[in-house]
Ligand binder design. Structure first.
Ligand code: R5P
Length: 288
């Protein structure tokens, strides 16, 4: 087996290779220093892969990384591998999991269809709707990133976990079981892409250190509202923990409401403090 990392996921690919004790294949991402002037992506495998089971690791944010993933998968397949597994740590377009309006594509399925051209299977993490993986044209599995967050929070002196909405309850439950920290939850109503409202609820957080646990931080609106509710009720310390840190738009300003922010390496950022390499390595081992 060999691991190939796309430019958005080199540290995670290296971590997975280390966990599995298999080689990481070097890749060139620029034909000329500075890359193509029009921003088009370029990839070239710098090591041999024929006859191997190859695992390509590439997150799909921002969008050009998706093109890079398709280029890598094509180059790997053309090189004559026996099996190609795609590890897509953050599966972009996952939120368009149905046709909300006539004339729309089911974008998540569109991406999966293109992956299925070259890849034998897909492993992803905290996809918006794991049930939709069953509709993909290649075998696909959602791997949990919560053990990684649980490991971190266990040693971060946290008294309580908070799920900011109904969707995050199962995540908080999983972290709670791993870290041995109790959890509570809030009810959120999304007004638009940038605005959320949180229903008032009494929380037993006075003087406590609380970690808000979510799958994604995008604009940070959800976290800001939850942090405000915690502060108003006397929380001493507020941490935001997520699997996928997109941190777009007003995220930096919104996250000022927190004492600390942690994200995993599904999307590399300055908030990446936790690696999910162990989780993906275990899922790859389980492929047999
Ligand atoms: C929504 O259901 C998700 O779990 C996240 O809460 C949401 O995507 C976060 O978005 P934002 O950071 O923009 O509030």
């Amino acid at each position: 087996m060999k691991i190939v990392g796309g430019s958005a996921s080199v540290p995670l690919a290296r971590g997975i290779a280390h966990e599995l004790s298999v080689p990481l294949v070097d890749v060139a991402f620029e034909k000329h220093p500075g890359g193509f002037p029009d921003g088009e992506r370029y990839v070239r495998l710098l090591g041999p892969v024929p006859g191997e089971h190859v695992v390509v690791v590439q997150t799909t944010h921002p969008d050009p990384m998706l093109v890079e993933l398709f280029l890598l998968a094509d180059a790997i397949k053309d090189a004559g591998v026996t099996h190609l597994t795609a590890v897509v740590p953050y599966f972009g377009y996952g939120r368009q999991d149905k046709r909300f309006l006539d004339g729309e594509p089911i974008s998540a399925k569109t991406i999966a269809k293109h992956l299925a051209v070259d890849c034998n299977e897909l492993l992803t993490m905290a996809i918006h709707n794991p049930r939709m993986l069953r509709t993909f044209p290649l075998p696909a599995r959602d791997v949990s990133g919560m053990p990684a967050i649980g490991r971190y929070l266990k040693s971060a002196k946290v008294d309580m976990l908070l799920a900011p909405d109904g969707n995050a309850i199962r995540l908080a439950k999983e972290v709670s079981a791993i870290a041995g920290i109790p959890f509570d939850s809030l009810e959120k109503k999304r007004i638009d892409s940038y605005t959320v409202k949180i229903a008032p609820k009494a929380l037993a957080v006075r003087g406590k250190s609380v970690a808000i646990v979510d799958d994604v931080i995008s604009t940070g609106g959800t976290i800001a509202m939850a942090a405000k509710a915690l502060r108003a009720q006397g929380a001493r310390r507020v941490i935001a923990a997520c699997v996928h840190g997109l941190f777009v738009g007003p995220a930096e300003a919104n996250l000022k409401a927190c004492d600390d922010v942690i994200a995993t390496d599904t999307i590399q950022s300055h908030y990446t403090k936790v690696s999910v390499a162990q989780e993906f390595a275990a899922a790859i081992r389980a492929l047999g």
